[in-house]
Design a protein around this ligand. Structure first.
Ligand code: NAD
Length: 353
């Protein structure tokens, strides 16, 4: 199979590979679209089983960022970088400086930030060799941890879905949260404050105890989260939570959470819809984090400071967009994930002209 035949290629504008002999850097930067503006998306460091697996990941993530940025109404296209290697043993400052040179060679077509396996301190090294990097701390434009903003967007999305599917507010609504890390923990606090009853699962016992102490949540074993009596399932851990194996076990009427790539495959979206479950497309409901990062890039470009009011306006707009997706899904009797994909593609095509 060649790159152009790959099912994940989907019209990428550019796929760039980088190798640096001195530091051992092997990196792929995939740019899906710059139609709406420079491509923005984080850098993932992962010990891929093959370079083909790394390429597939880069292509999927980069296309995902195009869609996410378009749905968050940001003037950014979509791109993503992957560094091939074990983030626990193969990180060096020189590697991330070499990565910065790779980013810089694209002359601002791509802005990087952190993702799985990459921390703000790694990006400090990247910053030495390129200015096209967001997610650093300690400067006026800095956006800080995006998780609270992501969680606020997800909270509003859950509330909206409950209103639309169950015609009620969050008081007494039972929400099962899978994963109470950064996003899940903030979400739990917000839902608790709104009167929701929480059931939580995580592989991290400390995180579970902390969230339970703050919110009165009931803790269940990780696999049992799919079987609990609940109105809402909120995936906030890793991708692929909704699969042919887990979906038949869910008793909920709404699936709305912060995790990326919640649907194990595109077909499962149809089954979710056929079961009468309202699904909030993941890359729409969790767009708060990229909105926060976008505010940093805007401030860096303008030489100004981080603008919290701009973020708040974009978050309001994001909730509106999610509502439009859900309404269209209900009116046209089609899965919300397909409706969202169509709107995202149309927004990108309109910008392309
Ligand atoms: P995190 O690593 O802080 O939290 C993930 C949590 O899931 C951890 O507590 C982990 O122990 C738990 N977990 C792992 N496997 C599990 C399992 N099988 N069952 C239950 N829990 C499990 O990550 P995060 O920043 O909170 O992100 C969570 C999800 O949201 C990810 O999919 C991420 O890509 C997505 N996301 C995050 C942001 C953000 O702003 N942080 C933005 C957009 C999307």
């Amino acid at each position: 199979m060649t790159l152009f035949d790959s099912p994940d290629f989907e019209g990428h504008e550019g796929v760039h590979t980088f190798f640096d002999e001195k530091t051992g850097l092997k990196s792929i930067i995939a740019i899906h679209s710059t139609a709406r503006g420079p491509a923005a998306g984080g850098c993932r460091m992962w010990d891929y089983s093959s370079s083909e697996a790394a390429l597939t990941d880069a292509l999927r993530l980069s296309r995902g960022m195009s869609y996410k940025n378009a749905m968050a109404d940001l003037e950014f296209g979509g791109g993503k970088a992957v560094i091939l290697g074990d983030s626990r043993s193969q990180k060096t400052p020189a590697l991330f400086e070499a990565f910065g040179r790779a980013v810089d060679s694209l002359n601002g077509q791509y802005w990087t930030a952190e993702d799985v396996g990459v921390s703000p301190s790694d990006l400090e090294s990247t910053r030495k060799t390129t200015r096209y990097v967001a997610g650093l701390e300690g400067h006026a434009a800095a956006s800080g941890d995006p998780s609270p903003v992501t969680a606020e967007g997800v909270f509003r999305g859950v509330r909206l879905c409950v209103e639309k599917a169950l015609q009620r507010d969050l008081k007494g609504v039972r929400v099962a949260i899978q994963g109470v890390g950064h996003v899940g923990a903030y979400l739990a606090e917000k839902l608790h404050a709104a009167g929701a009853v929480l059931i939580i699962a995580d592989v991290n016992q400390t995180a579970l105890q902390e969230v339970a102490a703050k919110t009165g949540a009931t803790i269940v074993p990780t696999d049992a989260i799919f079987d609990v009596e609940a109105d809402v399932f909120a995936p906030c851990a890793l991708g692929g939570a909704i699969s042919a194996a887990t979906l038949p076990r869910l008793k909920v009427k709404v699936i709305a959470g912060g995790a990326n790539n919640q649907l194990a495959d595109a077909m499962i979206g149809q089954t979710v819809f056929d079961r009468g479950i309202l699904y909030a497309p993941d890359y729409v409901i969790n767009g708060g984090g990229i909105i926060n990062v976008a505010a940093e890039i805007r401030a860096l470009e303008a030489g100004g400071s981080f603008d919290g009011a701009w973020v708040a306006t974009k978050l309001d707009r994001l909730a509106q967009t999610l509502g439009e997706v859900i309404d269209q899904s209900i009116t046209e009797q089609r899965p919300a994930n397909l409706v969202a994909d169509e709107i995202a593609r149309a927004r990108i095509a309109a910008a392309r002209g």
